[in-house]
Ligand binder design. Structure first.
Ligand code: LLP
Length: 428
């Protein structure tokens, strides 16, 4: 994987036609830079791969990957729907212009208040347990509502244990064996079952576990149809399609993937004589992952037991390397194609030893003041950032045709403190 890096005539990193060095000068660092065309291309590539195989196909963008309103607007314009996991994501999606029927709420350990919020917002509700079903049934306005269930299809996959969401250790979904009973209970409680869902994990580059899940979910859908006569309007296999983070990984062949998944889907659809449900997927990372870069500046070069380049971002800004040990490719923005000449640790500015973007990474010469670009920083990057160590969250810009717009201001110290209150007795 060569990461498709673009350079301008000076050899500097170019993002969506804009010079990364100039963006860092203009907006400061750390800075997230999103490439609008790349988001649109990614969306259209996966959408076309599947619609070429099956017309009745819909993408529900998993907005937990990146909830920036501009990113969500771009995908709204492209025709996407939304996978939302919380009232906050429902709220954001509505604000970004998605009508409620384009939002599927898949909660986990959802409270009654959250279910009520979803009901009142008019979004589709995908239930994670019969507990949620029973509690939903008691809420005003629930009668006759359309619902679906998330099913655990007994298989899971993902780039890290924390990101495997199917199989015997997973807290998500209704057991596959319980599915018929869950739908029967839903009907008895006056609901209208319209769909079935699974999501087995995140960061999948090998299609095999995904295919197993399709198999199982289609069999489950078939059993529900045979036992209860429920013909689903939609069957949703979740997200999880991976992107290459390391130079050794390759791109998922999305056309082949679509061909295989749709092939299985159709086979089972005919086997059970199920009609023509909409096939849904919920990609997050695939659409936004490689569309953003995190720009961060080297402020310290230090030789102690090891050689360190210290930068002005930390795991508060990009958590993935610390949380999952994830590899993110890093280049020197003034010459992203420069050959490595050393091995060096790239460390953040948070007061914890685990705050490292890379350990012993082959890099070209680095000096204080150099700008680095951390790649594949579009998914689960800003959306997982925090204010740890009282560091304001980074700014975000969107680039198109060489022009940039600030789509999220850098936070201030006042922002960090804005919700704190001192009890009167402690006032000075
Ligand atoms: N649908 C559901 C129900 C999900 O829970 C998720 C992700 C997706 C779709 C989208 O998955 P994707 O296509 O983006 O892989 N923080 C981790 C990833 C956690 C994913 C959680 N659920 C990371 O940084 O790798």
């Amino acid at each position: 994987m060569d990461f498709n890096l673009k350079t301008n005539e000076k050899g500097n990193l170019s993002i969506g036609g804009a010079n990364a060095l100039e963006l860092a000068e203009e907006y400061g660092t750390p800075l997230y830079v999103a490439d609008e065309d790349r988001i649109r291309d990614n969306y259209n590539r996966i959408n076309k791969a599947f619609t070429d195989q099956y017309k009745d196909f819909k993408i529900f963008y998993a907005c937990k990957a990146n909830t920036n309103l501009a990113v969500m607007r771009i995908l709204e314009e492209e025709g996407s729907s939304i996978d939302a996991v919380s009232p906050g994501e429902i709220y954001t999606s509505l604000l970004a212009g998605y009508s409620p029927d384009r939002i599927l709420f898949t909660g986990n350990n959802t409270t009654n208040e959250e279910l009520e919020f979803a009901l009142e917002s008019g979004v589709r509700i995908n239930l994670d347990s019969t507990s949620a079903l029973e509690r939903l049934a008691k809420l005003p306005g629930a009668e006759g509502r359309e619902i679906s269930f998330r099913v655990n299809p007994k298989v899971g996959a993902g780039h890290h244990d924390h990101c495997i969401t199917g199989g015997d250790l997973s807290k998500f979904g209704v057991m596959e064996e319980e599915a018929v009973n869950a739908y029967r209970q839903a009907i008895d409680l006056g609901f209208k079952p319209v769909g079935i869902h699974s999501h087995i994990g995140s960061g999948i580059l090998d299609p095999e576990p995904f295919k197993l899940a399709v198999h199982t979910l289609m069999d489950t859908a078939g059993h529900v149809y045979r036992e209860l006569g429920v013909e689903f309007d939609f069957i949703d296999f979740g997200g999880g399609m991976g992107i290459p983070y390391t130079p050794q990984e390759s791109l998922l062949d999305i056309n082949k993937f679509a061909e295989e998944i749709v092939g299985l889907f159709k086979e089972k659809m005919y086997q059970y004589n199920m009609g023509n449900p909409t096939l849904c997927l919920e990609p997050g990372r695939y659409i936004v992952g490689d569309a953003s870069y995190l720009l961060t500046r080297v402020n310290t070069i230090k030789h102690s037991y090891r050689k360190f380049a210290g930068v002005d971002a930390g795991f508060n800004t990009l958590l993935r390397p610390t949380m999952y040990g994830s590899y993110h490719h890093i280049v020197r923005a003034n010459d992203p194609l420069a050959e490595p000449s050393q091995e060096i640790d790239i460390a953040g500015n948070i007061c914890e030893s685990g705050d490292l973007f890379a350990r012993g990474r082959p890099m070209p010469d680095l000096k204080e003041g150099d700008l680095l670009a951390i790649l594949n920083a579009g998914a689960y990057a800003f959306s997982m950032s925090s204010q740890y160590n009282s560091r304001p969250r980074a700014a975000e810009v969107l680039v198109k045709d060489g022009e940039s717009d600030l789509i999220r201001e850098r936070e201030t110290f006042a922002d960090i403190l804005s919700k704190q209150n001192l009890p009167a007795r402690l006032l000075k």
